[in-house]
Design a protein around this ligand. Sequence first.
Ligand code: SF4
Ligand code: SF4
Ligand code: FES
Length: 573
Amino acid sequence: MLFTIQVNNKKIKAEKGETILSALNRNGVIIPTLCRMKDFTPTGACRMCVVEVEGRERLVTACSQPVEEWMKIKTHSPRVIQARKTIVELLLSNHPDDCLYCDRNLNCELQRLSEELNIRERRIRGRKIKPRLDQSSPAIVRELSKCILCGRCVRVCEEVITATSLDFINKGRATHVGAAMDRDFNFSSCIHCGQCVLVCPTGALHEKHNITEVQEYLNKPEIIKVIQYSPIVTAWIADELGMKYTREFDRILNSVLRRIGFDKVFTTGIGTDLCITEIAGQLSARMEQKSETPLYISVCPAWVKYAEQFIPSLIPQLSSVKSPQQITGVLVKTLVADQMGVKPEQIFSVSATPCMAMKFEARRDGMMRKGISDVDSVLTVRELARLIRLYGIDITNVENEPADEPLSGRSSAAVLAEVSGGMAEGVLRLLYFSKLRKEADKQYFKKMRSTGSFREATIELGDTEVKVAIVDGLTGLEKLRSALASGKKFDLVEVMTCPGGCVHGAGLSFNVSRDDIKSRAKLIYQIDDTEAINLPCKSPALLNLYDNLLKANPEIADKKIFFTHFEKRNVLL
Ligand code: SF4
Ligand code: SF4
Ligand code: FES
């Protein structure tokens, strides 16, 4: 039901049940917020969104207060502006003054609010919070002195990721956000998804940077510098650099990376195609053996860690095929090293990805051989964009170049794997083709592409039925559990930690909205629709790999190197 309220002496329409903030935003009135996150229940913790309501003695928080018919609201009265200003001044009073060196410099919500509220001097002097830097995690750095206690990270970790690795610790002035028992992050149940980093408004949480390490190696002439980038990183880099993505960009990035100093530029897509093919083989074998339990796709490293910590009984069902990043890493340190006539230790292998948990994955025990990592350094898209800026490359003035052989080609199924359900779709497309000798219409997999944290579909492959479940974000696990408890059987389960899949990876731009994620997924489906090679088994690069290159190299001929194992992990909580 719509009714009229007065805002800043103007009448606007409001809807029964909505918050003041929602009514204001719908009518083009912008007020600042800090602790609020769209689609989450408001907590009213920061009071940044206060407004004046006639007849109410105290200012009210617009993000949590429902709108009422009689309301006359002032959103920018002197009292309101002063209150917001004081809140920010108080936050700044004990905040470190190191914006210039901060990870979020020029991209910090506290900095932006301070600018918007025209704060030009330090009126309130508080005792600075003692710096406490936690660099123990392989993926995430915590700088507690920059935390403004908005609670966004705590909520995301609990409500979206369900890992509940963070909480408020202590009370009063001693309150801070930390992991269980206030221990360092490496002792916690954190699965390194980085979703807390994406929502943190300040530099209190950020990815562990590998840029300096990469730069060091770029300056070593005796080392061969190799980079792989996941298929659609090109689009996200364009986004980060403020450019409009066109397909041309896929080839421009190759020359940009060579200008930076990489000797070889590969796409992770070939690893994804190999991964899809091997998983399809595992699924087919399980179905032939009439396995009672589903095969769980294990390409999301955060999900794998979650399973190892919280559902160890599932470990035998996790596919042992390594992730696309690690498969490509293996190919770099074996096949490419061999072709170049160098030892694996002479290669520095970098991966550029939208995922933060892959920094952790590259360090896993099973991802090293004889003390040599298959992937030495992982850069998020944000870091790669920084590296490009650092090297002063004018991206509008760079030629098109192909990626390097033999790891340059891929099918569109490799791109599709970046959205939730895409990896499973690639596996089923491949099985459909191998059984029926024709390509399935993409509409066939429509049910797997719909929205929601849990989706199920039955895909017919001739006379065989494959029952598949897609867990799109870890909140969907609860629904999977209920479905299994009610007696439902699945053959294949895909689990992605970040809702939406890698298109919502924590290594991509900050301040991402649900609509951004949808449009990223749309772009991927468009690419899949417009490209001619939709199946890994039709990609000449993968065919060459299976038919010639693997067979010719004794180290990888039996393909054992593409598989790994998982183990139960003990965590504090
Ligand atoms: S990285 Fe993910 S699991 Fe770890 S604390 Fe952040 S949200 Fe929680
Ligand atoms: S670490 Fe960041 S998101 Fe978490 S409470 Fe502090 S400021 Fe907010
Ligand atoms: S944004 Fe409304 S109280 Fe924080």
